[in-house]
Design a protein around this ligand. Structure first.
Ligand code: UDP
Length: 469
């Protein structure tokens, strides 16, 4: 059979990792199918970070990588929200993307499909011009996908801003969510982010289908709705959980060696993803709360920031040392019980380590999936984007996490942090959450096994791409 090529168009290489990593994981999974070649195309407005370079260099050689020429965003304010700047990066990369696709299609490979990130949806015009079927890769929960597909309807029917609604919002197949917990870019109706989001959402239906990095057994009711197959509905394929399990970088040895010395299931891992930041006052409360809990912890610390996604706007090179912002004497007092690591740690490997017993997470979807595949119960500490919705999902629906209360001063106070950490690591509730997350760990492994639900759905797609003329 003639080789077919699959093109995965990655996310802008500058902000965040939450879209970049799962696209690479999908590419890896696809490259295992015979008679298929996979090319990753990466638009960017900045050089890739060290972590991204490491991930790209660890890809199997069967996957080709094409970096589009970097575009300039120097004319837009540096405070522009990451969703907008990413969409703009893709828009400005369209001419070079067209040249790349034309050159690839002139080789002997048949371009079987073009898989795009939600922020890359402007690129489907080029794919359709070249008669390449395009699919959207949605790297978040089925719940977030259900909201995305329902949002144009909500926009027409709900009056006012979502955050002011007194009744929870109904999303098909999902537990009700308060308007203020819906994704951040849609909170202000007149904002540029909302307009950009709606424009991209309206493009979902221009693709041939949506590939979702969740799995049937994790969000059964939501998939029941999404896969009803009614006329006019866009096909949705669940292929997850596709998570990175192989990453390494310079700090790997330090964290993992330290974990090797800790008792089994005794360490709380604390990490707010690639972009999440907390304020100076909140950093202080978190430190004191952890210290008073007397539990072991491994904390990836970033410089405090008033903005919840502050780290998306900065490169590590220009930042101060995050450890300087911890309370005086904290590192010394917690030595032996805690390890603090600046900026970045090999999370996937850390969560897989047997000394880890809990994860305080900002509720990024990859973080949640990585925790589930390793059977680690969570403390949900959402910060921005659609993280509050995912906090509701994992605490109230899937029931693998507990969520601290925010005090009247807008902070999660140290006493509350101590309470939830003790509850998760030593209490009865922690045991229940751990039992449930281990059930899902098994379900995740089955879903990706030989006859698992996600394996079958991805194979169905691949078969279609291989046989369609
Ligand atoms: N990550 C990591 N080390 C860190 C922070 C993040 O390896 O110190 C990885 C993490 O394992 C996950 C990804 O970066 O795969 C973050 O994705 P997620 O969707 O959880 O959050 P985002 O960064 O997009 O908010």
């Amino acid at each position: 059979a003639r080789t077919r090529s699959i093109l995965c168009s990655g996310y802008d290489a500058s902000p965040g990792m939450g879209h970049f990593i799962p696209m690479l994981e999908l590419a890896k999974r696809l490259s295992r199918h015979i008679n298929l070649t996979v090319t990753i195309i990466i638009p960017s407005s900045n050089p890739p970070s060290a972590a991204q370079t490491t991930l790209l260099s660890s890809l199997p050689t069967a996957i080709s990588q094409t970096f589009l020429p970097s575009v300039s965003l120097s004319d837009i304010p540096s405070t522009t929200n990451p969703e907008l700047s990413t969409a703009l990066t893709i828009l400005r990369s369209l001419p070079s993307l067209r040249r790349t696709l034309l050159s690839l299609s002139s080789t002997h490979h048949r371009l079987a499909t073009f898989i795009i990130d939600p922020f890359g949806l402007d690129a489907i015009d080029i794919a359709s011009e070249l008669h390449i079927p395009s699919y959207l890769y949605f790297p978040s929960s089925a719940m977030a996908l259900s909201l995305a597909l329902h949002l144009p309807y909500l926009t027409q029917t709900v009056k006012g801003n979502f955050k002011d609604l007194s009744e929870p919002v109904h999303i098909p197949g999902c537990i009700p969510v308060h308007g203020k917990d819906l994704l951040e870019p849609v909170q202000e109706r007149n904002s540029e982010s909302y307009k950009c989001m709606l424009r991209l959402l309206n493009r979902f239906k221009m693709t041939q289908g949506i590939i979702n990095n969740s799995f049937l057994e994790l969000e059964p009711e939501t998939f029941k709705e999404l896969q009803k197959g009614e006329p006019g509905m866009i096909p949705v394929y669940s292929v997850g959980p596709l998570v990175n399990v192989e990453q390494t970088n310079g700090t790997a040895d330090k964290c993992l060696t330290w974990l090797d010395e800790q008792p089994r299931g005794s360490v709380l891992f604390v990490c707010f993803g690639s972009g999440g930041t907390i304020s100076s006052a909140q950093t202080h409360e978190l430190a004191i709360g952890l210290e008073n809990s007397k539990q072991r912890f491994l904390w990836v610390v970033k410089c405090p920031d008033k903005v919840a996604n502050g780290a998306l706007f900065k490169t590590i090179k220009v930042q101060a040392d995050p450890l300087d912002f911890l309370p005086e004497g904290f590192v010394e007092r917690t030595r032996g019980m805690g390890l603090v690591v600046p900026f970045w740690a090999p999370q996937a490997q850390i969560l897989a380590h047997e000394s880890i017993g809990g994860f305080l997470t900002h509720c990024g979807w990859n973080s949640i999936l990585e925790s589930i595949v390793n059977g680690v119960p969570m403390i949900a500490w959402p910060l921005y984007a659609e993280q509050k919705m995912k906090a509701v999902l994992i605490t109230e629906d899937i029931k693998v996490a507990t969520r601290p209360r925010i005090g009247e001063n807008g902070l999660v106070e140290n006493e509350e942090i101590t309470r939830v950490v003790e509850k998760l690591m030593e209490g009865e509730e922690g045991k229940k959450l751990s039992y449930r997350v281990n059930e899902l760990k098994d379900a995740a492994s089955k879903a990706l096994g030989e006859n698992g639900s996600s394996t079958k759905q991805l194979s169905q797609l691949v078969l279609m791409w291989k046989t369609t003329q």
